[in-house]
Design a protein around this ligand. Structure first.
Ligand SMILES: [Zn+2]
Length: 64
């Protein structure tokens, strides 16, 4: 198990959607979910996943 101050890819993935929605809402996901931010800084594959998710959500927003 990961230490308290660090999350793994699975935990990160669970939070990713919410993190992206905060970002798109113009809030501060890094403040709301510092552990996710921390993981994204360290983990290239989650960062790619996050970028893809962000783009997908933006496409949905724009399609409204
Ligand atoms: Zn990861």
């Amino acid at each position: 198990m990961a230490a308290d101050h660090e999350i793994g890819c699975d935990d990160c993935f669970d939070e990713l959607h919410e993190f992206a929605e905060l970002e798109l809402a113009g809030k501060s996901p890094a403040e709301a979910k510092p552990l996710v931010k921390d993981h994204l800084d360290k983990c290239g594959s989650c960062r790619e996943e996050y970028q893809a998710l962000l783009e997908a959500l933006q496409a949905i927003e724009n399609g409204k």
